[in-house]
Design a protein around this ligand. Structure first.
Ligand SMILES: *Cc1c(COP(=O)(O)O)cnc(C)c1O
Length: 448
């Protein structure tokens, strides 16, 4: 078998690679309804991925929500080649470099200066852990060590390391590790608009969820360090969308009870929901913000925690113990920061947010024919994220749909019974139409 065929890479990958988020046995069970095909990718170009046998797949979910401007983007490639010739890496403790300084300045400017310092790591989960530790340590530094608990929302997802699982409320990721996970997090009702009673608007649902937050803070506010939320869209919960009113009220309540608001913008930041940061749609600013995924254009592992000047200042002291001593070896990696700078350049040079408003309309039009489908529920959209739920009792629906979409040259990977489109921003009108057609055909095949 030549090593330029799909089959060769499938066998070698299954023999040597432990793939993430996967029951590995499902890769081997061809012919079973549980079968999850493993797709060897030879190369990417724009919105397309190409396998070794010459088949192609439109990346309708941006390679797990990371890619913004296509695979092998010439502008990001050029910046990275230049950076590679200049400085590939230097430790960030005791040293600094141009890409990390420029990126920190530009990210702070994008928050209107509200979040003045940037702390770096590689993955989203690490950013979550950093934000939790910073909040906890802040309260200790200001003499209020009793503020040590965290609040999160039902269905929340903030990553899968042991610390991040404490504020994640997705059973399939958390339950097996429950004994390892710190209990000091309380789960509050989600403002997910689908929970609305008949006659309730999404804003009503948001106000009801905020009332539960208020009641909890009234009782426990003195022992709470921070509330962590995914602004506007709870991604891993199945693209659960909610009204910005919740963020406005949560901000007020956090101020009133002296609790940090952490916005996890790992999935929804970088233009996904229509504004550069999702929290902007509520006209608020968080105290801490986590970024990852799209920030490097989908090129390299990079995460950032931005914090307010108040938080930063509470760590300045003669004592080393009051400093934030967290570190990762690749903190602030110059290549990853340079990819992020090239990504921000594209946002500015191409007026991406304006262009995305038109693309969002095209995505809505591509899915509109599904609105009347007897098994489609809650067709919804926020900017460049569109989703619908499928009413079916078939436990294999998501894999059937996934396989059917691949047959129609599309990478679409439902979360449970929720199908969603989250394409790279360079997707063309024709490619959006292709995704819409693939989604409709895959739905028919998966339900047949
Ligand atoms: C993906 C994600 C994370 C975790 O990021 P990783 O890089 O996968 O660790 C955290 N929060 C949200 C909202 C995410 O979507």
């Amino acid at each position: 078998m030549s090593d330029s065929s799909n089959q060769a890479w499938l066998a070698r990958s299954q023999a040597a690679v432990w793939h993430p988020c996967t029951q590995m046995q499902h890769h081997a069970q061809t012919g079973s309804p549980a079968h999850l095909p493993l797709v060897p990718i030879a190369r990417g170009a724009g919105a397309w991925l190409y396998d070794f046998d010459g088949r192609r797949y439109l990346d309708g979910i941006s390679s797990w929500w990371t890619n913004l401007f296509g695979h092998a983007n010439p502008r990001i490639n050029a910046a990275l080649c230049d950076q590679l010739e200049t400085l590939e890496h230097v430790m960030l403790a005791g040293f600094t470099h141009r890409p990390v300084v420029e990126l920190s300045e530009r990210l702070s400017a994008l928050t209107g200066g509200a979040l003045g310092h940037a702390f770096y790591a590689s993955d989203g989960a690490s950013a979550t852990e950093i934000a939790l530790k910073m909040s906890f340590h802040y309260w200790r530094n200001v003499g209020r060590p009793e503020k040590a608990e965290f609040l999160c929302l039902a269905g929340s997802y903030h990553g899968e390391t042991v610390g991040a699982l404490a504020v994640t409320d997705v059973a399939i990721f958390k339950d097996a590790y429950a004994p390892l996970v710190r209990a000091a997090a309380h789960v509050l009702p989600s403002p997910d608009f689908r929970l609305g009673e008949p006659g309730e608007t999404p804003a009503d649902v948001a106000r009801r969820a905020a009332a539960a937050l208020a009641a909890h803070l009234e009782r426990r506010g003195d022992s709470i360090a921070a509330l962590i939320v995914e602004p506007l869209v709870q991604g891993a919960a199945g693209m659960a969308m909610y009204d910005p009113e919740y963020l406005r009220l949560a901000r007020q309540l956090c101020d009133q009870y002296e609790v940090h608001l952490i916005c996890d913008e790992i999935a929804v930041g970088c233009g996904r929901t229509g504004t550069f940061f999702a929290h902007e749609q509520a006209s608020i600013r968080p105290d801490l913000m986590c970024l990852s995924k799209g920030i490097s254009g989908g090129y390299l592992p990079l995460s950032v925690v931005l914090c307010s000047d108040t938080i930063y200042a509470a760590f300045l002291d003669d004592s080393v113990a009051r400093a934030f001593l967290h570190s990762h070896s690749y903190t602030g990696n110059p290549l990853a920061c340079r990819a992020a700078l090239a990504t921000l350049d594209i946002f500015e040079q191409d007026d991406v947010l304006a262009a995305n408003r038109l693309k969002a309309q095209q995505i809505a039009a591509a899915l509109a024919p599904l609105a009347g489908h007897p098994q489609v529920r809650h067709l919804r959209q926020r900017g460049m994220i569109a989703a619908f739920d499928v009413a079916t009792a078939d436990p294999h629906f998501s894999r059937r749909f996934y396989r059917a979409a691949l047959e129609h040259e599309a990478l679409l990977r439902p979360i449970g019974n929720t199908v969603y489109l989250m394409p790279p921003y360079i997707v063309s009108d024709d490619e959006i139409a292709h995704l819409g057609t693939a989604a409709r055909r895959a739905l028919e095949l998966a339900l047949a």
